[in-house]
Design a protein around this ligand. Structure first.
Ligand SMILES: [Zn+2]
Length: 230
């Protein structure tokens, strides 16, 4: 019987103990070529070496897969910077005393309590000057001093309300800016996640197919050998 040389270990074998190089799976051929650059698809490889390379190949695939998942987990854990903040807290901490006072006044000026107490004060003022201090009234009818006080109040109320409105606007602007940033970040994150998933899926799928092919070849070889033995 002709002696056939294995391209890897350089020993001689019989036909039953070797495999044609052209029948090998492509990734395994690449792996063998890395260690044995002189590898030719015309030659043969002994079964012992073939199984060794196959086992090494499967181990490498599994290692790569778990490494990839590990890397992904690490990368995901790295980005923990959170943009979301409580806009009210953030904004209130920037207010000066004057601004806070204006807010408080505007809030009080827009309440039923203010209207009620205002009406009560007017009625008391008019009552005192018309019925109680009839001869010595400090502001007799037609209540000129009261008129002056009311004009002053109206003049002051307008700027206070405007200040408060300005601040409300600034708050809205800040909120929309923050919303925009958060949306942008979410979009970028989702896209990144998507890319990673695609990447992972493609790689895993390719590897599964490679392993599947290897298994089919192994089964074919086993069935051929059992036929020969019979
Ligand atoms: Zn060999």
């Amino acid at each position: 019987m002709n002696a056939i040389k294995c391209q890897v270990c350089r020993k001689n074998f019989t036909m039953d103990e070797v495999m044609k190089a052209e029948l090998l799976e492509e990734p395994i051929v690449q792996m063998i070529r890395e260690k044995h650059p002189e590898w030719s698809s015309e030659g043969f490889i002994c079964l012992a070496d073939l199984y060794l390379f196959r086992a090494r190949y499967v181990a490498e695939i599994l290692k790569k897969s778990s490494q990839e998942i590990y890397d992904l987990e690490k990368e995901m854990g790295k980005e923990e910077q959170v943009l979301s903040v409580n806009i009210n807290k953030e904004f209130d901490s920037r207010l000066t005393l004057g601004e806070r006072l204006a807010d408080g006044l505007a809030k009080f000026g827009g309440s039923w309590l203010f209207i009620g107490s205002f009406m009560a004060m007017m009625v008391i003022w008019m009552g005192i000057n018309s019925f109680v201090l009839i001869e010595k009234a400090f502001d007799p009818f037609p209540f000129i001093l009261l008129n002056l006080a009311l004009s002053c109040l109206a003049a002051l109320q307008a700027p206070v309300i405007m200040m408060s409105q300005n601040r409300q606007e600034a708050k809205d602007r800040l909120r929309s800016e923050l919303d925009y940033e958060i949306n942008l970040k979410a979009e970028v994150e989702i896209r990144k996640l998507h890319e990673r998933m695609d990447h992972l899926l493609m790689h895993q799928w390719q590897r599964l197919m490679d392993i599947q092919q290897l298994q089919v070849h192994l089964m074919e070889e086993i069935s051929q050998r059992s036929i020969k033995k019979q």
